[in-house]
Design a protein around this ligand. Structure first.
Ligand SMILES: O=C(CO)COP(=O)(O)O
Length: 162
């Protein structure tokens, strides 16, 4: 592993536990919302035992059409992706199911990229389509405490102040 001073990655890792009752974000771009609705309906019983959150329009449609309780944040183009990203950074989200649309540029593409970056950084399991979401939600780890390695934020700051 490179350790020279051009490597500005967090060097220390720590752990956090994804709890048995997961906090799951459900998000879909407009061209993918119907697919997410179909997927959510298929896994409705499993999803109901977890805590769900979503961007505004996605959350509203799931609640309206399936009766599942989903906390609705801001709509994506109005900042919802950033709110989900903040939850990841604060270790308040455990799984991200985000059916982003590979055929439709979004006005808030920088926010989408930022969200996916934070999910990668904080080692959050991410599913981007129905097949990956099937694999994720059928994992035995979904209903168990599960330890993941994350950057040591305190160590990172300590290193930077010398
Ligand atoms: O744009 C989104 C994600 O980038 C989703 O937002 P809505 O759920 O409000 O459509």
């Amino acid at each position: 592993m490179a350790t020279d001073n051009t490597d500005n990655r967090p060097r220390q890792q720590t752990q956090r536990t994804l709890p048995a009752r997961k906090r799951i974000a459900l998000i879909a771009h407009d061209g993918k919302k119907d697919e997410l609705l179909v997927w959510t309906k298929r896994w409705q019983d499993t999803l109901a035992s977890h805590q769900l959150v979503g961007t505004g329009t996605t959350a509203r449609r799931i609640t309206h059409e399936l009766g599942l309780e989903v906390e609705g944040l801001m709509s994506g183009p109005l900042g919802g992706d950033q709110q989900i990203g903040a939850r990841i950074t604060e270790q308040r989200l455990d799984l991200l199911i985000f059916f982003w649309d590979p055929f439709a540029p979004q006005p808030h593409d920088p926010d989408v990229k930022a969200l996916l970056r934070l999910a990668a950084l904080w080692n959050i399991p991410v599913a981007c389509n129905a097949a990956s979401a099937d694999f994720m939600i059928s994992s035995p780890y979904v209903a168990e405490d599960f330890d993941v390695g994350i950057p040591d934020a305190g160590g990172w700051i300590a290193e930077r102040i010398g």
